[in-house]
Design a protein around this ligand. Sequence first.
Ligand SMILES: [Zn+2]
Length: 174
Amino acid sequence: MDALEHYSIPVSGLQNGPHEYDFDVDRTFFECFPESPIKDGKVAVHFIFDKRPDMYTMSFEIQGTVHTTCDRCLEAFDLPIEDEEILIVKFDEKEWEEADIIYILKGTEKLNVAKYIYEFINLAVPIAKTHDDADEECDPEMMKFLKANQIEDVPEEGSSTSIWDALKGLQNDN
Ligand SMILES: [Zn+2]
């Protein structure tokens, strides 16, 4: 996990007040998470660590693209993502986490934020993702193939073969 050392914030050494960091997340970052559904991407993370005597506030502004597969045409494409998340850090006798609050031991020297960045990037990816999300066209060959095999992801309104086409077919058969 050495590649993620870069994401360690030396919290105990910082002065009170806000501290800003910019992280560039790329393929090497995702390689540190073998279970990651995302294997590649280019994401800029603007991170603000606000240190207060009794708690810390961490804000993550995430913007970029992740390399993924279109659910309609199955071609790879770069999906734009954007998100903003806030986590609160408080102190306790033992380390634990709940919804948006992380509890750490008082005197903890370093806090690695890589796993939170990883989680937020994954949360920013919608369940259904298509070229539409990137304002791009689906692979025309694949769309032709899907159409020929009558596999339509969303039936278009009024696109069903009209009764006239069906009748024409009958007439031709006679
Ligand atoms: Zn597509």
